[in-house]
Design a protein around this ligand. Sequence first.
Ligand code: ZN
Length: 728
Amino acid sequence: MYTNNKIQSYHLDRSAVIYVRQSSAYQVENNKESQRRQYDLHKSALQLGWHENQVIIIDEDLGISGAKSDNRPGYQKLVSMIALRKVGVIFGIEVSRLTRNCRDWYELLEIASTFDTLIADEEAIFNPADYNDRLLLGLKGTISEAELHQIKCRMVRGRLNKAKRGDLEINLPIGYERDELGKIRKSPDESVRTAIETIFSLFQKLGSVRGILLELCRRKQELPYHKTTPGIGRKIAWHKATYDAIYLILTNPTYAGVYSYGRRKKTYNPVDKITSVNTVAQENCEVFIKDHHEGYTTYEDYQNNIKMMEENHYRNQMSIGAAREGKALLQGIVYCQSCGLKMRPRYSSQRYYYCCDRDHRRFGEPVCGWASACRVDNAIVDVALQILNEGTVDLTFQLMERHKKEEEESYKQWEQKMKRLDYEANLARKRYESVDPENRLVASTLESEWNTKLTALQVAKIEFEKFYPKGEKIKFTAPEVKNLLHSLKEKWTTDKISIQDKKEILRCLIERVFINTKGKVLAIKIIWQGQIVTTLDVPKYLFSSSHLYHKIKKMAAKNTDEEIADILNQAGYLTVKNKLWTPRRVMDFRLSNQIASGFTKNEKLKINSGYVCSQEAAKKIGVAITTIQHWFNLGILEGRQRIAKQSKLWIYLDSDIIQNLNGAASFSNTIKTFRSVMKTQGFKQNEVVQWAKANNHRILRLQRGKAFHFYIQPCITNLNKAILDRSM
Ligand SMILES: [Zn+2]
């Protein structure tokens, strides 16, 4: 069948290479025929005139696909041998064995023609340097590549179609298996099912993977997993719960009854020669069938869980950490409001602070913020102790009830585990007993297996007893706890509780604390367990007590500094330096703590109370300051002045008052002059004002000629019309 006129003597001087390759390990294992045919080419080489010792078989690439060349050491070796003019002919049963990639194929042809190497298959021998042969070889290469493509397409399409029906056998996670008909069903092993159900129910309660892990560790509960042993196959085994195992269960949509296919996509980068696997978003999966089989959770819950875990991820970057020693009670749960980073406690001699200084330490940036830990702690402890009242006791007892149920659940799982271990030990014993004692080798293996099972059972029993100690548990009654809470405050302040315990108590109540350190007041946001938020301000200024701060802040909106000083003095409060309060001291306190006031000229710290200082009032109405004081004395203007004509005067002004007094009001027939009222009523000037106010008449100031005069515009509906009529 070969025409050997293409073989020249120099070909025969060189080696004949037989290239043997099969694409997959499966083919290598099972398709012996093809392999035999490939090795048979050896005979053809001898027939064509090569000597036994000239024939080289390259079979390093068995089990490697021909789609690429760079992962095939045999192929690489072949190319380099050709380039060294050591190869006269290359044999392969089909050219497809050499390569299934056109680029590599033409490269091989090019090299072979340059170095005068022939290419042969079972049928014929080709000279790549010859035009017709080259054309034929090119075609063969193209067909070979197309063939591979078609095979792939057929396989992929077949798989996809099957997957679209939900029938393709995907790898099932623990807790699922296939029945005789190939349908997915929950594992018949109850302990496996309960373990997985526990994870989902715990996530509903605890909301975090770590939380579940800690809880499972506390309960000493193990998780099932698939253990693959060569020769035996997949078996269910149990091991300690791990974060990854819980995470994988929670994030696998199979547990929500979803059948998905094509979540992972392989891409090959020919430039970098790297194959990467990308996981695509669920909605972009090729196949995504909801309600395909019975789930351990609903699809909605599954989605919520994923969302929650994403949120947790952000939070975990700022995780709490354990309560450590040191006086700062909120260590580990304090965050900076402005940059979101955790504030760490810093201790210097007697004082201690919460400090947001990560960038300061890392990059030498200015310290972001600091707060006196003592002040923050005191303020928060106050609130926390207030919250621990009798109402919380009732809530706690409800919670304990819930906890009891969880314990029962856990107890059930333990029982199941013990049963399982007991069963396994029994099985091992039976196996041992059934073996012929003469068969010592088998007997001793089975005996050691039995021993292992017995030990496992024993260990589990000890753990179980440790976890559920016999005898009465300590039980509290609600009144006892209430009593305890009453004394908590006292014990807290008299330092009968250790700092470590105080921290733990606070952590039980508080999830996180955010502090805004910008400005002169620390704005604290307490996020309680359960996400309820309380905000409170604490003065940053070291000489201000928190109590006075809140007292003064409350008063400042409605009282002048003079009034505040009086109130504080009357109540017996002194300044930090044990001095009486003066308006000046109140103002200083306000300014150093940035307390806004209704009686201030400082625009930044002003609360609109309607009151302005006499200078401003004079400016707005367009009169002298002394006039304002005079009008205030008469009662035309309302205001606040502690000591008549001496201390600071605050005048109440609004647009109506300004308009009535600045001369801009219009004349009307009903208005009366002050003088006429004084005359008819026998009033003094201030009595006119009092009378007018008492009867809701308007006091107007209008210009007549060059001079301004006061007038009264009567409230017409009023009965006093009669009096006015008489005065006319
Ligand atoms: Zn910060």
